[in-house]
Ligand binder design. Sequence first.
Ligand SMILES: Nc1ncnc2c1ncn2[C@@H]1O[C@H](COP(=O)(O)OP(=O)(O)OP(=O)(O)O)[C@@H](O)[C@H]1O
Length: 254
Amino acid sequence: MAEGAPALRLVGLRKRFGGHTAVDGVDLVVPSGSFYGLVGPNGAGKTTALSMAVGLLRPDAGSSAVFGVDVWSDPVRAKALVGVLPDGMMLPERLTGPELLHYLGRLRGLPSATVDARAEELLAVLELDEAGRTPVIDYSTGMRKKIGLATALLHAPRLLVLDEPFEAVDPVSAATIRVILRRFVAAGGSVVFSSHVMALVEQLCDHVGVIAGGRVPAAGPVEEVRAGRGLEEVFVELVGGRTGGEEGLSWLAS
Ligand SMILES: Nc1ncnc2c1ncn2[C@@H]1O[C@H](COP(=O)(O)OP(=O)(O)OP(=O)(O)O)[C@@H](O)[C@H]1O
């Protein structure tokens, strides 16, 4: 781990799917200790960029380093430093929450007693303890997000990379997740998460990156990117909001 290196550095990341360029040369620096929001409209390239950043999807070009450790040339060291909540995570669904955490913790090389103690705490804090006997296949979407977050936290990573952690989560659970993430950052951890909700990013984050059409038109400290305006206003301006909503659909009112 390089001293003074950023939590995450993406340089020139690119990805094409067939004839479509999903990520078109993304450079991004997530400073160590920051709470970083990655915002962009549907299809902007957030999931593709984050998947390449953590070693789940091989880029066509560019690099990703976690605390100075290259994700693609030194994956074992890099992956020990990062906890990931991917989009639409594939889980061994027949397992219960405690079984899943035990299995993944052991896969990560943690001693059995450590895994079980951490799993118990995580399940209690995330209010999944009452579903202790329920297989993950019967979880709601929000419960899946929470068990996914528990798996990301289990090995006590230094960086969390979370793809839309608040989507489909009820307000009470969202508040719990916010508290956990704030505590994680206060204790020296770094968080990057993607979201469409500007108010949430303004409330939680000290840094923001805007992604649109696979590029990053603005990134940096929230105050700098906002420049005295609301983040939502800046976002709509940057991503080129369309105003066609008032025209068309006349049949709806007839
Ligand atoms: N496996 C794939 N095969 C083909 N095209 C893909 C694939 N994954 C993503 N894309 C395309 O790449 C673009 C970026 O998708 P991506 O999922 O990264 O966007 P996103 O910003 O996460 O969107 P959302 O907010 O809707 O989740 C989209 O046009 C999408 O259709």
